[in-house]
Ligand binder design. Structure first.
Ligand SMILES: C[S@@+](CC[C@H](N)C(=O)[O-])C[C@H]1O[C@@H](n2cnc3c(N)ncnc32)[C@H](O)[C@@H]1O
Length: 226
């Protein structure tokens, strides 16, 4: 492991913004924050918003800045990426942001039924040729249904036409309320929504910035579930 990674992992262990549950504790039901995120981690009651596959946490930090009334938690398996978001949150003194280092497959071990208000999926791997692994496949939709409150929201932002179309198909197949969708966020969607939503939709992650430089279109879907 490189020195930079070692340094970041060591710092993560000292950051109160970072939670890194052991696999055995999760699967054996010994994760004390499950059902207690607001009470024991954020220390305040507020709607809980997750970003799954948050990378360096830009969306989580961006949402937290625009929406201080919610608690925001970025989830990713890569500790060196989460470190970036956690360090920024720490430097800016943002109390309503945290990062959970775990595999997204462990969602049900990490959150109690109905504990979550909204989920963001930002530039997730489209898993070409592996539809079951896509973060909007039926198996994941069922997990989201369990952890979300009734009527909880899922937001997908992606550069992948495949993941965009696949998600729309799943929403239709599961008869979920489709609340918004656009195949071109910046040419279409941000032109027809109010300033608050414009700001939320215009948060740019590391991957989004990269894809925009390459001239790719950004797609968005919002649906309800739960
Ligand atoms: C393409 S990157 C996008 C990162 C960030 N959302 C962005 O837009 O810059 C996908 C991220 O998902 C994370 N990821 C992929 N599969 C995961 C899994 N099963 N559990 C946790 N994180 C995962 C990766 O570590 C990576 O940081």
């Amino acid at each position: 492991m490189g020195k930079n990674k070692q340094f970041r992992f060591a710092e993560n262990a000292t950051f109160e913004q970072v939670v890194q549950p052991a696999f055995a504790d999760l699967v054996e039901g010994r994760f004390p924050l499950r059902g207690r995120w607001n009470a024991d981690f954020f220390h305040r009651e507020a709607p809980l918003v997750l970003e799954l596959g948050c990378g360096k946490g830009e969306y989580t930090l961006g949402l937290a800045a625009l929406d201080p009334q919610h608690n925001h938690l970025g989830v990713d398996i890569k500790g060196a990426r989460i470190w970036r978001g956690a360090r920024t949150a720490r430097e800016r003194g943002i109390a309503h942001v945290g990062f959970l280092r775990t595999h997204i497959d462990h969602l049900l071990h990490c959150f109690a039924p109905g504990e979550v208000d909204a989920i963001w999926l930002t530039f997730s791997d489209p898993q070409i040729g592996k539809p079951r692994k896509r973060l909007t496949s039926p198996i994941f939709l069922e997990r989201y249904r369990q952890v979300l409150k009734p009527g909880g929201l899922v937001h997908l932002k992606t550069d992948s036409p495949l993941l965009y179309e696949y998600t729309l198909e799943q929403v239709e197949a599961h008869k979920l309320p489709l609340l918004e969708h656009s195949a071109d966020v910046y040419a279409d969607l941000v032109q027809r929504v109010g300033p608050e939503e414009q700001a939320v939709l215009s948060i740019r992650t590391f991957y989004e910035s990269m894809w925009l430089t390459e001239g790719r279109k950004i797609h968005y879907v919002r649906f309800a579930i739960g």
